[in-house]
Design a protein around this ligand. Sequence first.
Ligand code: GP9
Ligand code: MN
Length: 403
Amino acid sequence: DGNQLTEIENYTRAQYKEPSKEMFGAAKGKNLIVISMESTQNFVIGQKVNGQEITPFLNEFIKDSYYFDNFYHQTAQGKTSDSEFLLENSLYPLGRGAVFFTHSGNEYMSLAERLKENSYYTAKLHANNKSFWNRDVMYNNFGYDRFYSLPDYEVNEENSVGWGMKDMDFFDQSVEHLKAMPKPFFAKFITLTNHFPFELDEEDKFIDEFDSNSGTLNRYFPTVRYTDEALKLFIEDLKAEGLYEDSIIVIYGDHYGISENHNKAMEQYLGKEITPFVSTQLQRVPMIIHIPGHEGKTISTVTGQIDLRPTLLNLAGIDTKQDIQFGADMFSEEQDNFVALRDGSFITEDVVYTKGVCYDKATGEPTDGASCEPYIEHAKNELSYSDQIIYGDLLRFYEKDEE
Ligand code: GP9
Ligand code: MN
């Protein structure tokens, strides 16, 4: 009930982190282009396979952007939809099932809604069936002005592979949609080609497959490389259309692509044993924010998808102090360097806690539990408060204070 919400509100407000003065409003009035990269983990960034770069475009783009190299996905069974849920609400997805299906009728305070209140046009772009993951229903709830889905694209045999439309064609056709949108817009893209089972046509293979006992991991590298190329062409198009200088561009990975079933092959690629510590570190996904006129900078604060909403709103110059959310602005000087994963694992500056074992980050070896002890309760509280909001549909009781 309402009292339960008050307790949670007190908790989230106590966690509130002041935005960085320098970054607050840095993207005010600009278009916001957010791209969710299917199944892209951070271990491919800056790396090679068979002597060939896996993400040559992103490696260059990062030099000119803010790059968060300790950014974790926090998704569970809802996969891509969970990452969307995190972005919109700064709430944790559920431990079981997909909240996009189970709680699509709840009251939320979405990112899209807040941007709309501040006169942004809001759109989702994803060339798949609109009802996949119950997206059409959930996007309506989140208040999106428009969902460009399958019927908004010309999809044929030629420009499809695997799950559907190829990323290059998707971006190419999406530029026309962008041009038609009122400004400023918030446009959220979801790529598709780098999805299990990682199929590609011959002409789209820019690098060779890896050679291991896992066909999945072997094929993963060329499909990641393909999406990297698609992003490069998209950015070139944005420049040609005069949209690049007026937009901030955010690119991040939705969730892992290579599951623990492929550990043997991953060990071969990484050249090291995959302990639970390494597995947890592999849950990092790329996180890149490009702001025109800003120099590139790598930021190693421990952050996660839960932090996207406050970060993006603050960049747009929109205050979130009164909002119920579990993340914090990633540029804040007060950032607490703490990320809870959905399974109760957590990461801080010094430790990784997973499957009941506390690891020293510097050595990757198990360490005295005392270094993790203070955070175990904190991780549980985070997840449980967020779950209470979802299960009780508590945001319907939320009332904004008078300013
Ligand atoms: C489907 C795409 C993939 O439209 O977003 O979803 P996933 O299987 O990664 O959750
Ligand atoms: Mn996905």
